[in-house]
Design a protein around this ligand. Structure first.
Ligand code: ADP
Ligand code: MG
Length: 692
């Protein structure tokens, strides 16, 4: 053949030695057209195809003895007695066939708008059908059953067995995909993978991949999935362990704890740290003194005081003569952090410098410096000399690749990532398996949790009256909209559609406006007006979700609350109730369904961010909870981060044992695992999931 090699079909490539690497175009029944369609599903090789996990299975085994019941899905073998095709209109038709099941019972089969079946469903034909049984006036029938002609198929892939149903989004028919999977499985040698005694106690890989697709019983499919999921989690844990080891290299000069520096920062803060803050600061000080780069996640609910902990870390590093960088997800937050750090680090010999897309930094008057910025910080050409500590605030907003790029700017920098979405333990062990974890599980004293109400739009009058009263009392009010301009849907409200009405209702109070389409300077001015109380009301988008600290704020009103995740709403609620005065969070729910309101009620019942994150996670999954930046590569093709907690813990223990026994993974027994884990690290390191 002289045609150019074709990516989709693999024509022209030499046959790969690895049966899993064979392009699907080589499988029977998959021509170039279908190979291209499969590419749309991300399926190029046999491996990709076998990794498409069945959405469910359908039991198409014939149960000859079992009595028939209306409404049940049933597979049966029939003889066609007669059939008649009726047509009307342009393309409407009905094929109506009378058939007799092998037990002797008559069944009426009807296929709508499939006139071509008339040539196949003919008197005398032997067919298998699979569909839902109906019963009316003593007659059994099935509408639009799936069918197989017994004459068609020597190898019955689709009948008389438990068959897989795949998530194909219509790109290729189920039958085609199912046949191709069966064909691919048939090409696998009995031991596609070298034996692995650790995993094979749950069945060999080859057994599991077959049973995942074509199980003997429905429960066998789940056993097989768990076997494959355990391996997937294990590969992930091994990858995290390798990264953890790599991140400890090369050593970095120890920074010994400096009590006088710490007391300076605490004195600047003007409050007593909580026990949790003390603990976290001590853990960080130990890391800094250890002589290897720190890799720590600081998890703490909104308002738990992460900034002080970060400042204590930076002060120690700066006092040792090295620079620090703090990266925040929004410009607003970067500016706020720069102000706060300027105050907390007063008296520490380091300049705090703002470095955002909108603000070029002055040259530091002194070395070391504390740079505070947005993702402008990890621009290729930006030099951050003498960088010793990187702090990333609101970690889930950044991808793993971005973290790596910032780290590459220095030799063995210490890393502290902070997250206000307190994620469930198993999820933390998985996604942050390469990090040590400190938890702030205590709030500063004297806080009163905000009172939370979920209200329908019909209560708008009362809500705005309430907001006005609070503004009259000199308290601040946040109003958050999901979108800025011109809503597309009829019932949608947006910041622009409602701004005038809100101004009128809250007259004569000044209203500051902050959203992503304004320049950083305008936004900054608006925030400053709001923070100082000059404008008691701030109308904003979710810019305020993360980190904004205005101690006098009393009311948070969220429009279209049903459009936000619970963890996100909890973050917004965390913007009020910071000053020790009573505060309120009013969630306007425009979702018509009871389910929308019930979901939001979780915020009325719970004040604990860990609890709320868990509920959000159970309801919507990791991607929604953390954003794809963080969870895009998470191990969940076979595994389920929500339900496989036991497997995740087992995989972690296994990984620990393996690494302890063979730190460099260079024994042949670990070759397969090591290769899989390194391939995974390559994919993670490429930052393919970064939003920026
Ligand atoms: P987050 O963890 O959400 O980033 P911040 O660091 O912004 O929280 O702190 C929230 C507020 O609580 C700030 O106004 C901060 O000054 C205050 N704060 C932090 N720690 C304490 C403490 N131990 N006692 C009193 N107030 C504190
Ligand atoms: Mg914060």
């Amino acid at each position: 053949m002289t045609a150019a090699p074709n990516e989709a079909t693999g024509d022209g490539d030499p046959a790969p030695a690895d049966p899993l690497a064979v392009p699907v175009g080589r499988l029977p029944g998959i021509g170039p057209v279908r190979a291209r369609r499969l590419l749309a599903l991300g399926v190029r090789t046999v491996r990709d195809m076998l990794w498409v996990r069945p959405r469910r299975h359908e039991d198409r085994r014939e149960r000859t003895g079992a009595p028939w019941a209306a409404g049940e899905a049933r597979a049966m073998r029939l003889s066609i007695e007669s059939s008649r095709l009726r047509r009307w209109g342009w393309r409407r038709s009905l094929l109506d066939a009378a058939a007799v099941a092998d037990g002797g019972t008559s069944v009426r089969l009807r296929w709508f708008n499939m006139p071509y079946l008339a040539q196949r469903i003919t008197p005398g034909a032997r067919v298998w059908v699979f569909g839902k049984l109906k019963s009316a006036r003593g007659t059994w029938s099935m509408d639009n059953p799936e069918y197989e002609l017994e004459a068609d198929d020597a190898d019955p892939v689709h009948r008389d067995r438990i068959v897989p149903v795949y998530p194909l989004s219509g790109h290729v028919p189920q039958r085609v995909f199912r046949s191709a999977v069966a064909g691919a499985l048939a090409t696998l040698p009995p031991h596609t993978r070298p034996p692995d005694p650790r995993l094979d106690g749950h069945g060999t890989w080859t057994w599991a991949i077959r049973a995942l697709h074509f199980p003997q019983t429905l429960s066998e499919a789940e056993v097989a999935r768990k076997r494959l999921a355990l391996e997937e989690f294990l590969e992930w844990q091994i990858a995290m362990a390798l990264r953890r080891t790599a991140n400890r290299q090369p050593p970095s000069p120890p920074i010994s704890a400096a009590p006088s520096i710490l007391s300076r920062v605490l004195a600047n803060a003007g409050f007593e740290p909580t026990g949790a803050q003390r603990r976290a600061i001590a853990e960080i000080s130990r890391d800094l003194a250890a002589g290897a780069p720190m890799n720590r996640l600081l998890q703490g609910d909104v308002g738990s005081g992460k900034t002080l902990v970060a400042a204590a870390a930076m002060a120690q590093v700066a006092a040792a003569g090295r620079s620090c960088a703090l990266m925040a997800p929004t410009e607003l937050l970067a500016r706020q952090h720069a102000r706060t750090l300027g105050r907390l680090l007063a008296g520490i010999p380091a300049d705090v410098l703002l470095l955002t897309a909108g603000a070029r930094p002055e040259t530091p008057r002194t070395q070391p410096a504390v740079w505070v910025g947005t993702h402008a910080l990890f621009q290729e050409r930006l030099q951050l000399p003498g960088l010793g500590l990187i702090v990333i605030d609101e970690q889930h907003r950044f991808g793993v690749g971005q973290r790596a790029r910032l780290r590459a700017k220095a030799d063995s920098p210490h890393l502290l990532v902070m997250s206000a979405t307190p994620i469930p333990r198993t999820l933390a062990l998985t996604l942050y398996g390469d990090l040590d974890i400190s938890i702030l599980d205590e709030r500063p004293p004297g806080r009163m949790p905000p009172v939370t109400w979920v209200r329908p739009p019909a209560r708008a009058n009362a809500i705005w009256d309430f907001a006005k009263t609070k503004a009259d009392e000199g308290r601040q009010v946040f109003v958050v909209f999901p979108t800025i301009g011109h809503p597309t849907a009829r019932d949608m409200r947006s910041l622009e559609s409602d701004a005038a009405a809100i101004r009128e209702r809250l007259h004569p109070h000044r209203i500051a406006v902050a959203h992503g389409r304004m320049s950083p300077e305008e936004r900054d001015a608006a925030m400053a007006d709001f923070a100082s109380g000059k404008a008691p009301v701030l109308l904003a988008t979710t810019l305020v979700e993360v980190g904004v600290d205005v101690p006098g704020a009393a009311v948070m009103i969220v429009e279209h609350a049903e459009r936000f995740g619970l963890a996100q709403l909890h973050q917004m609620r965390g913007r009020v109730g910071r000053g020790g005065e009573p505060s309120w969070c009013i969630l306007i729910c425009r979702g018509a369904s009871d389910a929308a309101k019930r979901r939001l009620d979780a915020l009325v019942r719970h004040d604990d961010g860990f609890k709320i994150a868990e509920i959000d996670f159970q309801a919507r999954g990791a991607g929604e909870l953390l954003g794809t930046a963080q969870s895009g590569h998470a191990p969940c093709r076979m595994g389920n981060l929500r339900t496989d907690a036991a497997l995740i813990l087992r995989a972690r223990d296994m990984a620990r044992d393996i690494i302890a026994e063979d730190p460099a993974l260079d024994t042949p027994a670990h070759a397969q695992l090591a290769a899989a884990a390194r391939a995974l690290l390559d994919r993670l390191g490429s930052g393919a999931s970064d939003p920026a």
